[in-house]
Design a protein around this ligand. Sequence first.
Ligand SMILES: Cc1cc2nc3c(=O)[nH]c(=O)nc-3n(C[C@H](O)[C@H](O)[C@H](O)COP(=O)(O)O)c2cc1C
Length: 215
Amino acid sequence: MKLMHVDASPKGAKSNSRMLSGQFVEMLRERIPALSVDYLDLAQDPPPHVSGDFARAIYTPEEERTPQMRALLEPSDAMCRRVLAADALLFAMPMYNWSMPSSFKAFLDLIVRGGVTYIAGPDGYAGQLARHKVLFLTTRGADLRDGSPFAGMDALTPALTHGFGFIGVRDPWFVDAQPLQFAQPEERAAGLARAQAELAMVADRWAADVMSEAA
Ligand SMILES: Cc1cc2nc3c(=O)[nH]c(=O)nc-3n(C[C@H](O)[C@H](O)[C@H](O)COP(=O)(O)O)c2cc1C
C-alpha cells in the first residue's frame, strides 16, 4: 500500500498532530510490511495561495491554455499526480479557528482540479479519489465533543468532508484528538490516549483490508 502522509502543523517537534501521525505510520508499518510512504510537510513546503492567474488558468479549457498557464499549473498538476498515485491518504492538522490551517486549505485548493481530480459529465461530477482510504487526524485545543460548550463550533469536519467529498472521497476516517491545550493535564492525557486507541483501530482495519485485497 502506498500512503501519502501530509503534516500541516508549523510546530515541528512540539506538534501533537505530527507526533500522532508519526505513531499512526509506525502502527501501519508494523501491520503492513510492504507499506511505502510519500511524505509532504506543508510547513516546510507551503503550497502557494490561489492567485488571479491560477484562478483563470484552472477554468480555461485545457486546449485553450497558453504555455504560461500550463507552466503556472504544473505544481498543481504534480500535486494531483502525487495524490492520485497513493492508495491511502493521511492528513494530519491542528484545528485553527474552528477550521483547517491555511496551509492545508492552500493544499486543498491545489488538488481540486476539473478534468484531473474531478470530471464534469452529463450526470454531474465524478470525483477521482473514490478508491482512496483517507484518514483525517485533527488536534484541537478545546474539547468539541457532544455535551461540550464548543460542540457546535466544529467547522473543520464538514469542510474536510465536503472539500474531499467533491473529489470522490467516501467514508473518510476521522480521529480527533481533544482537548490537547485548554484543559487540565489529565484531560489532555486522556484525549491523547483516546486518539491513540482510535488510530490503532484504524490501522487494524486498513491492514485487514490490505490482507483481504491481496487474498
Ligand atoms: C492560531 C491558532 C488557532 C487555534 N484555534 C483553535 C480552535 O479554534 N479550536 C481549538 O480547539 N483549538 C485551537 N487551537 C489550538 C490547537 O488546535 C491545538 O493546540 C492543537 O493541539 C495544535 O496541534 P499541533 O500541536 O499539531 O500544532 C488554535 C491554535 C492556534 C495556534
